[in-house]
Design a protein around this ligand. Structure first.
Ligand code: NAD
Length: 258
């Protein structure tokens, strides 16, 4: 069973980590993917990997903080595949260093985090809703929020931007429900990606000591992977979740139960 057969999906931040896993899984489920990323070469790499595995994808360089670039990506999706069915607003950044307090953040740090994590999701939601309405209604938005937007975890400014994503998701779900547009978010816990832990130019898997720390982060005691997040996003993107809207789905190994 292909859960997303012939659906057109834009994934932002598709060049690495959670977004790349989402793009790959959705392509395996039959979707036509636009792999959008700030890093053109990473977008191209993700797209090429999907095509090499027999899927359908094109790359798109895009800074989600720029409304014109996000509009251009949606236009590319429609021009290439005929329509837009699913918008995954996943691109995001962390604070410049881990462990930063509010006093450590400059106004420039704050503005950059809000521009990418907050305005980026706003831009993606707005363009998707506009396109969905033009198509006559229907459509799905999946945002990548975070448990950091629900509790004090992962940094005060980063968490505040994720609180913005979480609330935008819920409020927009109410606003566009009558247009048959569903809006939900996945809310990952601590995932080993470049953003949160690996912190390198090139992705590398955790070593044994790092893996032990990762397991200790969540009650279930296993490493949470980008693929775990992708499966949660798939549920929200496909018809298995018909009538599910406005939810913030934790992928956190039970962290929020603490
Ligand atoms: N890793 C975690 O522990 C964790 C936890 C909760 C939420 N998240 C969220 O998951 C999402 C993906 O993060 P990840 O962990 O996969 O990180 P990652 O760094 O591995 O991937 C992020 C991708 O987004 C791209 N990107 C960054 N800025 C961009 C911009 N302005 N425009 C377009 N693309 C941009 C990067 O080039 C990269 O390919 C983010 O929204 C992040 O906040 C991550």
């Amino acid at each position: 069973m292909s859960l997303l057969a012939d659906r057109t999906v834009v994934v932002t931040g598709a060049g690495a980590g959670i977004g790349r896993a989402i793009a790959q899984l959705f392509a395996q489920e039959g979707a036509n993917i636009v792999c959008a990323d700030l890093r053109r070469e990473w977008a191209e790499g993700a797209s090429a990997a999907i095509e090499a595995a027999g899927g359908t994808a094109i790359p798109a360089a895009c800074d989600v903080a720029d409304p014109d670039q996000v509009a251009a990506v949606v236009a590319t999706a429609v021009a290439t595949y005929g329509r837009l069915d699913v918008m995954v607003n996943n691109a995001g950044i962390a604070s410049p260093r881990s462990g930063m307090t509010i006093e450590d953040h400059t106004v420039k740090d704050f503005d950059h985090l809000v521009a990418v994590n907050g305005r980026g999701v706003f831009n993606g939601c707005k363009e998707a809703v506009r396109q969905f309405k033009q198509q006559g209604g229907g459509g799905v938005i999946v945002n990548t929020g975070s448990i950091a937007g629900m509790i004090s975890w992962g940094g005060v400014v980063y968490g505040a931007t994720k609180g913005l994503v979480n609330q935008l998701t819920r409020a927009l779900a109410a606003e566009v429900a009558s247009d048959k547009i569903r809006v939900n978010a996945i809310c990952p816990g601590g995932i080993w990606t470049n953003l949160a832990f690996a912190k390198g130019e090139e992705f590398r898997p955790p070593d044994e000591a790092e893996a032990k720390v990762l397991r200790s982060l969540h009650p279930i005691g296993e490493i949470i992977t980008p693929e775990d997040c992708a499966r949660a996003a798939l549920y929200l993107a496909c018809d298995l979740s018909t009538n599910v809207t406005g939810i913030l789905l934790p992928v956190d190994g039970g962290y929020l139960t603490k």
